[in-house]
Ligand binder design. Structure first.
Ligand SMILES: [Zn+2]
Length: 433
């Protein structure tokens, strides 16, 4: 867990510009403390001192494109975005195939591994500059100031400034964030696909299909391509994925993990959203921060949770007292009156859940988080009826909380703080486009 030092660093840097050597850090978007956000750093190579404005506009284009499609569009609030501009001596990138070489800071070059569109750079320099300039970084995108199509994935997502390369970061972040595999079937000599990707199946058998919750009963499995009504419907098991034409299956006809200029399919979208929740817990903060409170007849406390809201906001808030659902509030705050309970200790809990339809199954319960307070009534006075949120409890209501006649919400029993995930990029090989 990153600590307060970094949080303080981010706050102090808000909308500020820091120049260290030939690097300039700009805060593009600050949506919260780094400890509960995905910190995206956009860097550039092959921009000369006279081209720094080009980097700024290329980075803005990248942000607009990256957050223009689902699911990052809905979850933009989950990200902090910064740019680190770097001055290169010369413009562009190396093209070894045509013996064109330029002097750039991160030494990016096309023709990596003999592939014209594959760009490789000096990763250790990129990561050390990112680490020095912005220690909170979670993911790095490097823009290469060259109009030829190209890019790569791995420890850093790399994309050239060719408009055709716009979708490369999408595709690469699919690898980086959610551990998605390539769905295309052109051969990758020497690579043996392992059964580790949530969007690639070694079987078309319905019961063993990882994404069978997205497959309709009447969709044939395996799914002939002639079944597809468009690139992404219906979800099924289409043969050809992970650099093999037979024996491996993908969820839809065309996803951005198969070819650029597509969206993430439903299966990949679900994995992306879950991966965001591996970084970002649904609740940023709550008040009062102290979890234990005492009071008597006439006393009340205001309880508030600050959640990280998707856009549109798909969060649901439920409050319960000693396991019984409260009708007082379905929002982020609640005023609790001590006279609504009998003398002694009680447990007040708010549960925040993201009910987005982009996710059908959340096996690790990452999208739900609860906060509890212990409230102790100190006096033995009468217990008031409190089920109307707009009425003073002394005015009475229809049902007494302690009577237990509020329906208990099903599923309330399975709560817990979700497990944190770590970024997969460092574990992944460079995957070809
Ligand atoms: Zn997909």
């Amino acid at each position: 867990m990153r600590g307060l030092t970094i949080a303080a660093f981010l706050c102090a840097s808000l909308f500020a510009v820091t120049v260290l050597g030939q690097h300039t850090l700009d805060i593009v978007e600050n949506n919260g403390l780094s400890e509960n956000r995905i910190d995206l750093v956009i860097m550039g190579d092959g921009y000369t001192s006279g081209e720094q404005q080009d980097f700024a506009s290329d980075a803005q284009n990248a942000v607009d494109h990256l957050f223009g499609k689902r699911p990052s569009k809905q979850y933009r609030e989950f990200f902090n975005i910064v740019t680190i501009s770097t001055v290169s001596n010369e413009s562009g990138a190396d093209h070894p195939a045509t013996s064109e070489y330029v002097d750039t800071f991160y030494d990016c070059a096309y023709d990596c591994a003999g592939l014209g569109h594959l760009i490789c750079c000096d990763y250790s320099t990129i990561l050390s500059v990112a680490g020095a300039q912005y220690p909170a970084h979670d993911v790095v995108l490097l823009l290469v100031n060259d109009q030829q199509y190209g890019g790569s994935g791995g420890p850093v997502a790399i994309a050239s400034t060719s408009p055709v390369s716009n979708d490369i970061p999408f595709h690469e972040f699919g690898h980086t964030f959610a551990g998605l595999g390539d769905e295309y079937d052109s051969p990758y000599p020497g690579y043996v696909c392992e059964d580790i990707f949530p969007n690639i199946s070694f079987t078309a058998d319905r019961d063993d299909l990882k994404w069978n919750h997205w497959v309709n009963e009447d969709t044939p499995l395996p799914t002939p391509e002639s079944t597809a009504v468009n690139n992404q419907e219906p979800v099924g098991a289409y043969e050809g994925a992970c650099y093999e034409t037979v024996g491996l299956f993908r969820p839809v006809y065309e996803c951005v993990m198969r070819s650029l200029n597509n969206d993430f399919c439903a299966v990949c979208t679900e994995q992306m959203v879950l991966s965001y929740y591996g970084f970002v817990e649904p609740v940023d903060a709550y008040s009062p921060a102290q979890n234990s409170h005492e009071g008597a007849h006439g006393d009340s406390i205001e309880l508030v949770v600050e959640a990280v809201e998707p856009d549109p906001n798909t969060l649901a808030y439920t409050w319960d007292l000693d396991g019984e659902l409260l009708s007082w509030s379905d929002s982020a705050d609640l005023e609790f009156f001590f006279e609504c309970v009998d003398q002694g200790e009680h447990q007040l809990t708010v549960t925040v859940s993201d009910l987005t339809n982009l996710v059908m199954v959340d096996p690790e319960n990452l999208m739900t988080m609860s906060v509890s307070w212990t409230v102790t009534r100190t006096d033995d006075g009468p217990v008031e009826n409190c089920d109307d949120p707009d009425t003073d409890p002394d005015a009475g209501g229809d049902a007494c909380l302690d009577g237990g006649d509020n329906p208990k919400k099903s599923g309330c029993g399975c709560r817990g703080i979700p497990a944190r995930r770590t970024l997969l990029s460092s574990l992944l090989p460079i995957l070809l486009l």
